[in-house]
Design a protein around this ligand. Structure first.
Ligand code: ATP
Length: 341
Protein backbone atom coordinates (compact mmCIF):
# COMPACT_ATOMS: atom_id res chain seq x y z
CA UNK A 1 0.00 0.00 0.00
CA UNK A 2 1.01 3.60 -0.39
CA UNK A 3 1.49 5.03 3.07
CA UNK A 4 -0.12 8.24 4.21
CA UNK A 5 1.31 10.33 7.00
CA UNK A 6 4.83 9.09 7.67
CA UNK A 7 5.54 9.00 11.39
CA UNK A 8 8.17 6.26 11.57
CA UNK A 9 10.93 6.92 9.10
CA UNK A 10 12.98 3.85 10.11
CA UNK A 11 14.36 1.92 7.20
CA UNK A 12 14.93 -1.86 7.05
CA UNK A 13 18.28 -3.15 5.76
CA UNK A 14 19.61 -4.34 3.36
CA UNK A 15 18.81 -1.26 1.30
CA UNK A 16 19.19 -0.87 -2.45
CA UNK A 17 20.00 2.74 -3.29
CA UNK A 18 19.85 3.97 -6.87
CA UNK A 19 20.48 7.25 -8.66
CA UNK A 20 18.52 7.14 -11.92
CA UNK A 21 19.71 9.92 -14.24
CA UNK A 22 18.55 10.68 -17.76
CA UNK A 23 21.60 8.95 -19.23
CA UNK A 24 23.06 6.75 -16.49
CA UNK A 25 21.78 4.76 -13.51
CA UNK A 26 24.05 4.07 -10.54
CA UNK A 27 23.26 1.51 -7.84
CA UNK A 28 24.69 0.30 -4.52
CA UNK A 29 23.54 -1.95 -1.69
CA UNK A 30 23.86 -1.10 2.00
CA UNK A 31 23.97 -4.38 3.86
CA UNK A 32 23.55 -2.70 7.24
CA UNK A 33 23.81 0.78 8.74
CA UNK A 34 27.58 0.52 9.22
CA UNK A 35 29.03 -1.31 6.21
CA UNK A 36 30.42 0.64 3.26
CA UNK A 37 28.03 0.62 0.27
CA UNK A 38 28.61 -2.24 -2.18
CA UNK A 39 28.69 -0.46 -5.54
CA UNK A 40 27.71 -1.89 -8.92
CA UNK A 41 28.89 -0.82 -12.39
CA UNK A 42 27.12 2.23 -13.87
CA UNK A 43 24.23 1.21 -16.13
CA UNK A 44 23.38 3.38 -19.18
CA UNK A 45 19.57 3.80 -19.11
CA UNK A 46 19.47 2.99 -22.83
CA UNK A 47 20.85 -0.51 -22.22
CA UNK A 48 17.70 -2.01 -20.63
CA UNK A 49 14.07 -1.56 -21.65
CA UNK A 50 12.81 -1.26 -18.07
CA UNK A 51 14.26 -0.17 -14.77
CA UNK A 52 13.15 -3.49 -13.22
CA UNK A 53 15.26 -5.37 -15.76
CA UNK A 54 18.22 -3.06 -15.09
CA UNK A 55 17.96 -3.67 -11.32
CA UNK A 56 17.48 -7.41 -11.76
CA UNK A 57 20.29 -7.99 -14.27
CA UNK A 58 22.67 -5.21 -13.24
CA UNK A 59 22.37 -5.61 -9.46
CA UNK A 60 20.29 -8.45 -7.98
CA UNK A 61 21.70 -11.16 -10.28
CA UNK A 62 25.20 -10.13 -9.18
CA UNK A 63 24.73 -10.56 -5.42
CA UNK A 64 23.27 -12.99 -2.90
CA UNK A 65 21.97 -10.09 -0.79
CA UNK A 66 18.21 -9.54 -1.16
CA UNK A 67 17.46 -5.90 -0.33
CA UNK A 68 14.28 -5.32 1.70
CA UNK A 69 14.10 -1.61 0.93
CA UNK A 70 14.71 0.32 -2.29
CA UNK A 71 15.43 4.05 -2.17
CA UNK A 72 15.58 5.45 -5.68
CA UNK A 73 16.44 9.00 -6.66
CA UNK A 74 14.86 9.93 -9.95
CA UNK A 75 14.87 12.95 -12.23
CA UNK A 76 11.39 14.44 -12.30
CA UNK A 77 8.32 14.91 -10.15
CA UNK A 78 6.88 11.99 -8.16
CA UNK A 79 3.12 12.24 -8.36
CA UNK A 80 1.54 8.91 -9.14
CA UNK A 81 2.00 5.20 -8.54
CA UNK A 82 3.79 5.02 -11.89
CA UNK A 83 6.51 7.59 -12.39
CA UNK A 84 7.74 8.55 -15.84
CA UNK A 85 11.37 9.67 -15.86
CA UNK A 86 11.77 13.11 -17.39
CA UNK A 87 14.80 12.46 -19.62
CA UNK A 88 14.80 8.66 -19.93
CA UNK A 89 12.39 6.05 -21.33
CA UNK A 90 11.92 4.15 -18.03
CA UNK A 91 8.74 4.09 -15.92
CA UNK A 92 9.21 3.39 -12.20
CA UNK A 93 6.42 1.19 -10.79
CA UNK A 94 6.92 0.76 -7.02
CA UNK A 95 3.89 -1.58 -6.59
CA UNK A 96 5.23 -3.89 -9.29
CA UNK A 97 8.71 -3.80 -7.68
CA UNK A 98 7.17 -4.94 -4.39
CA UNK A 99 5.04 -7.64 -6.06
CA UNK A 100 7.75 -9.05 -8.32
CA UNK A 101 11.20 -8.16 -6.99
CA UNK A 102 10.99 -8.97 -3.30
CA UNK A 103 11.15 -5.43 -1.87
CA UNK A 104 9.05 -4.69 1.24
CA UNK A 105 9.44 -0.92 1.06
CA UNK A 106 10.10 1.41 -1.89
CA UNK A 107 10.89 5.11 -1.41
CA UNK A 108 11.23 7.50 -4.35
CA UNK A 109 13.00 10.80 -3.96
CA UNK A 110 14.09 13.54 -6.34
CA UNK A 111 17.65 13.12 -7.63
CA UNK A 112 18.62 16.57 -6.45
CA UNK A 113 17.25 15.94 -2.97
CA UNK A 114 19.83 13.15 -2.92
CA UNK A 115 22.54 15.49 -4.23
CA UNK A 116 21.58 18.07 -1.60
CA UNK A 117 21.79 15.50 1.22
CA UNK A 118 25.14 14.39 -0.18
CA UNK A 119 26.67 17.80 0.56
CA UNK A 120 26.43 16.89 4.26
CA UNK A 121 27.94 13.42 3.87
CA UNK A 122 30.71 13.46 1.24
CA UNK A 123 34.21 13.62 2.64
CA UNK A 124 36.02 16.94 2.22
CA UNK A 125 38.56 15.31 -0.11
CA UNK A 126 35.70 15.08 -2.64
CA UNK A 127 34.95 18.82 -2.48
CA UNK A 128 37.11 21.11 -4.58
CA UNK A 129 36.72 24.72 -3.56
CA UNK A 130 36.48 27.39 -6.26
CA UNK A 131 37.27 30.87 -4.91
CA UNK A 132 37.01 32.25 -1.39
CA UNK A 133 34.49 32.24 1.42
CA UNK A 134 33.97 29.80 4.27
CA UNK A 135 31.17 27.35 4.97
CA UNK A 136 28.90 28.41 7.79
CA UNK A 137 27.67 25.25 9.44
CA UNK A 138 23.91 25.00 9.86
CA UNK A 139 23.33 27.58 7.12
CA UNK A 140 21.42 26.89 3.89
CA UNK A 141 23.10 25.30 0.91
CA UNK A 142 22.39 25.05 -2.80
CA UNK A 143 23.28 22.29 -5.22
CA UNK A 144 23.28 22.59 -9.03
CA UNK A 145 24.09 19.79 -11.43
CA UNK A 146 24.43 20.15 -15.16
CA UNK A 147 23.83 16.71 -16.73
CA UNK A 148 21.16 15.60 -19.17
CA UNK A 149 19.22 18.54 -17.74
CA UNK A 150 20.08 21.09 -15.05
CA UNK A 151 19.09 19.86 -11.61
CA UNK A 152 18.79 22.29 -8.70
CA UNK A 153 17.89 21.96 -5.03
CA UNK A 154 18.26 23.88 -1.82
CA UNK A 155 19.11 22.40 1.57
CA UNK A 156 17.70 24.30 4.50
CA UNK A 157 18.86 23.72 8.08
CA UNK A 158 16.34 24.14 10.89
CA UNK A 159 15.64 22.42 14.23
CA UNK A 160 18.82 20.32 13.94
CA UNK A 161 17.50 18.83 10.71
CA UNK A 162 18.45 19.21 7.05
CA UNK A 163 15.46 19.86 4.78
CA UNK A 164 16.10 19.25 1.06
CA UNK A 165 14.08 21.62 -1.13
CA UNK A 166 13.78 20.22 -4.65
CA UNK A 167 12.45 22.46 -7.38
CA UNK A 168 12.72 23.41 -11.02
CA UNK A 169 15.41 26.05 -10.60
CA UNK A 170 17.13 24.84 -13.76
CA UNK A 171 14.29 26.45 -15.68
CA UNK A 172 14.88 30.01 -14.47
CA UNK A 173 15.67 32.54 -17.20
CA UNK A 174 19.31 33.37 -17.86
CA UNK A 175 19.79 36.92 -19.09
CA UNK A 176 22.57 38.54 -21.14
CA UNK A 177 25.16 40.56 -19.17
CA UNK A 178 28.30 41.18 -21.28
CA UNK A 179 28.65 42.68 -24.77
CA UNK A 180 29.49 39.19 -26.04
CA UNK A 181 26.28 37.86 -24.49
CA UNK A 182 24.28 40.44 -26.42
CA UNK A 183 25.89 39.18 -29.65
CA UNK A 184 25.20 35.54 -28.84
CA UNK A 185 21.79 35.57 -27.17
CA UNK A 186 19.88 36.12 -30.46
CA UNK A 187 21.43 32.85 -31.70
CA UNK A 188 20.59 30.67 -28.69
CA UNK A 189 17.87 28.09 -29.25
CA UNK A 190 14.89 28.95 -27.07
CA UNK A 191 12.16 27.01 -25.32
CA UNK A 192 8.75 28.67 -25.53
CA UNK A 193 10.56 31.88 -26.49
CA UNK A 194 12.81 31.70 -23.38
CA UNK A 195 16.47 31.11 -22.71
CA UNK A 196 16.33 29.14 -19.48
CA UNK A 197 19.26 27.71 -17.54
CA UNK A 198 18.60 24.31 -19.01
CA UNK A 199 18.96 25.72 -22.55
CA UNK A 200 22.60 26.58 -21.81
CA UNK A 201 23.88 24.73 -18.75
CA UNK A 202 23.68 20.98 -19.48
CA UNK A 203 24.96 18.60 -22.17
CA UNK A 204 22.51 19.96 -24.73
CA UNK A 205 23.34 23.48 -23.59
CA UNK A 206 27.00 23.01 -24.49
CA UNK A 207 25.93 22.34 -28.07
CA UNK A 208 23.55 25.31 -28.03
CA UNK A 209 26.38 27.66 -26.99
CA UNK A 210 28.80 26.08 -29.46
CA UNK A 211 26.39 26.44 -32.40
CA UNK A 212 25.49 30.03 -31.45
CA UNK A 213 29.16 31.06 -31.48
CA UNK A 214 29.59 29.42 -34.90
CA UNK A 215 26.54 31.30 -36.23
CA UNK A 216 27.47 34.65 -34.71
CA UNK A 217 31.08 34.45 -35.96
CA UNK A 218 30.37 32.71 -39.29
CA UNK A 219 32.46 29.63 -38.43
CA UNK A 220 31.96 25.95 -39.28
CA UNK A 221 30.90 23.68 -36.43
CA UNK A 222 33.56 20.99 -36.01
CA UNK A 223 32.34 19.37 -32.79
CA UNK A 224 29.17 17.28 -33.03
CA UNK A 225 28.52 16.24 -29.40
CA UNK A 226 28.95 17.65 -25.88
CA UNK A 227 31.87 15.25 -25.34
CA UNK A 228 33.59 16.56 -28.48
CA UNK A 229 33.06 20.16 -27.36
CA UNK A 230 34.59 19.54 -23.92
CA UNK A 231 37.50 17.55 -25.39
CA UNK A 232 38.28 20.24 -28.00
CA UNK A 233 37.77 23.00 -25.42
CA UNK A 234 40.00 21.46 -22.77
CA UNK A 235 42.91 20.71 -25.10
CA UNK A 236 42.62 24.18 -26.63
CA UNK A 237 42.48 22.91 -30.22
CA UNK A 238 39.19 24.55 -31.22
CA UNK A 239 38.76 28.24 -30.22
CA UNK A 240 34.96 27.97 -30.51
CA UNK A 241 34.98 25.08 -28.05
CA UNK A 242 37.35 27.00 -25.75
CA UNK A 243 34.93 29.95 -25.67
CA UNK A 244 31.99 27.57 -25.26
CA UNK A 245 33.47 26.19 -22.04
CA UNK A 246 34.27 29.68 -20.74
CA UNK A 247 30.69 30.83 -21.39
CA UNK A 248 29.23 27.61 -19.97
CA UNK A 249 31.11 28.21 -16.71
CA UNK A 250 30.17 31.90 -16.68
CA UNK A 251 26.48 31.10 -17.09
CA UNK A 252 26.75 28.41 -14.43
CA UNK A 253 28.33 30.97 -12.10
CA UNK A 254 25.62 33.52 -12.90
CA UNK A 255 22.80 31.10 -12.09
CA UNK A 256 24.61 29.62 -9.08
CA UNK A 257 25.01 33.14 -7.69
CA UNK A 258 21.31 33.88 -8.18
CA UNK A 259 20.38 30.70 -6.34
CA UNK A 260 22.83 31.50 -3.54
CA UNK A 261 21.00 34.81 -3.11
CA UNK A 262 17.59 33.14 -3.11
CA UNK A 263 18.58 30.70 -0.35
CA UNK A 264 21.18 32.99 1.29
CA UNK A 265 23.35 29.92 0.97
CA UNK A 266 26.08 30.72 3.50
CA UNK A 267 26.56 26.97 3.82
CA UNK A 268 27.93 26.94 0.27
CA UNK A 269 27.01 26.28 -3.33
CA UNK A 270 27.83 22.80 -4.63
CA UNK A 271 28.23 21.81 -8.28
CA UNK A 272 27.49 18.14 -8.82
CA UNK A 273 27.33 15.69 -11.70
CA UNK A 274 29.66 14.48 -14.42
CA UNK A 275 29.92 17.63 -16.54
CA UNK A 276 31.07 19.85 -13.64
CA UNK A 277 33.90 17.40 -12.99
CA UNK A 278 34.87 17.35 -16.68
CA UNK A 279 34.99 21.15 -16.99
CA UNK A 280 36.63 21.60 -13.57
CA UNK A 281 39.85 23.05 -15.09
CA UNK A 282 37.73 25.82 -16.68
CA UNK A 283 35.71 26.39 -13.51
CA UNK A 284 39.03 27.28 -11.88
CA UNK A 285 39.46 30.16 -14.39
CA UNK A 286 38.16 33.54 -13.14
CA UNK A 287 34.91 33.45 -15.21
CA UNK A 288 32.81 31.18 -12.99
CA UNK A 289 33.58 32.88 -9.70
CA UNK A 290 33.45 36.42 -11.15
CA UNK A 291 29.96 35.75 -12.51
CA UNK A 292 29.01 34.20 -9.16
CA UNK A 293 30.11 37.27 -7.21
CA UNK A 294 28.84 39.83 -9.75
CA UNK A 295 25.60 40.49 -7.86
CA UNK A 296 25.55 44.18 -6.97
CA UNK A 297 24.54 45.40 -4.45
CA UNK A 298 25.39 42.10 -2.74
CA UNK A 299 28.96 41.52 -3.98
CA UNK A 300 30.35 41.44 -0.42
CA UNK A 301 27.89 38.73 0.68
CA UNK A 302 28.71 36.71 -2.44
CA UNK A 303 32.46 36.87 -1.81
CA UNK A 304 31.84 35.22 1.58
CA UNK A 305 29.81 32.34 0.12
CA UNK A 306 32.04 29.41 -0.83
CA UNK A 307 31.49 27.31 -3.94
CA UNK A 308 32.59 23.73 -4.50
CA UNK A 309 32.73 21.12 -7.22
CA UNK A 310 31.64 17.77 -5.81
CA UNK A 311 34.15 15.31 -7.25
CA UNK A 312 32.73 12.16 -5.62
CA UNK A 313 31.80 9.91 -8.55
CA UNK A 314 28.66 8.63 -6.79
CA UNK A 315 27.65 11.64 -4.68
CA UNK A 316 23.89 11.08 -4.86
CA UNK A 317 24.36 7.55 -3.56
CA UNK A 318 26.36 8.94 -0.65
CA UNK A 319 23.44 11.26 0.16
CA UNK A 320 20.96 8.39 0.03
CA UNK A 321 23.20 6.22 2.19
CA UNK A 322 23.36 9.01 4.79
CA UNK A 323 19.56 9.19 4.75
CA UNK A 324 19.10 5.40 4.99
CA UNK A 325 21.48 5.22 7.96
CA UNK A 326 20.07 8.18 9.89
CA UNK A 327 16.73 9.27 8.43
CA UNK A 328 15.96 11.52 11.42
CA UNK A 329 18.78 13.88 10.40
CA UNK A 330 16.86 14.75 7.24
CA UNK A 331 13.39 16.25 6.97
CA UNK A 332 12.64 14.25 3.87
CA UNK A 333 8.87 14.15 3.39
CA UNK A 334 7.93 10.66 2.19
CA UNK A 335 4.16 11.18 2.07
CA UNK A 336 2.93 9.87 -1.29
CA UNK A 337 6.42 8.69 -2.17
CA UNK A 338 6.73 5.55 -0.05
CA UNK A 339 5.12 2.21 -0.84
CA UNK A 340 5.10 -0.78 1.51
CA UNK A 341 4.24 -4.46 1.05
N1 ATP B 1 32.68 14.22 -22.02
C1 ATP B 1 31.57 14.93 -21.93
N2 ATP B 1 31.59 16.28 -21.89
C2 ATP B 1 30.46 17.00 -21.79
N3 ATP B 1 29.24 16.47 -21.71
C3 ATP B 1 29.15 15.14 -21.74
C4 ATP B 1 30.29 14.30 -21.84
N4 ATP B 1 29.88 13.01 -21.84
C5 ATP B 1 28.54 13.06 -21.74
N5 ATP B 1 28.10 14.33 -21.70
C6 ATP B 1 26.72 14.81 -21.59
O1 ATP B 1 26.37 14.74 -20.22
C7 ATP B 1 24.98 14.50 -20.08
C8 ATP B 1 24.79 13.36 -19.09
O2 ATP B 1 25.26 13.80 -17.86
P1 ATP B 1 25.41 12.82 -16.60
O3 ATP B 1 26.37 11.74 -16.89
O4 ATP B 1 25.65 13.68 -15.41
O5 ATP B 1 24.03 12.11 -16.69
P2 ATP B 1 22.79 11.90 -15.81
O6 ATP B 1 23.17 11.73 -14.38
O7 ATP B 1 22.08 10.80 -16.49
O8 ATP B 1 22.06 13.27 -16.02
P3 ATP B 1 20.79 13.84 -15.23
O9 ATP B 1 20.96 13.44 -13.80
O10 ATP B 1 20.89 15.32 -15.47
O11 ATP B 1 19.60 13.26 -15.87
C9 ATP B 1 24.45 14.19 -21.48
O12 ATP B 1 23.83 15.37 -21.96
C10 ATP B 1 25.71 13.93 -22.30
O13 ATP B 1 25.56 14.34 -23.63
Amino acid sequence: MQTGNETNPSIAFPVLIGDIGGTNARFAILVDAYAAPKEFPVIPTASYKTIDEAIQRGVLDKTSVQPRTAILAIAGPIKEDEVDLTNAPWIVKPRQMIAEMGFRDVILINDFEAQAMATTSVESKYLEKIGGGEVRQAASRVVLGPGTGLGVAGLVHARHTWYPVPGEGGHMDVGPRSDRDFELFPHYERIGGRISGEQLICGRGLMNIYRAICKADGRDARAASPAEVTAAGLDGMDPVAVETLELFCTYLGRLAGDLALVFMARGGVYLSGGIAQIVLPVLRHPGFRQAFEDKAPHGEIMRQIPSFVVTHPLAALSGMAAYARTPVLFGLATEGRRWKA
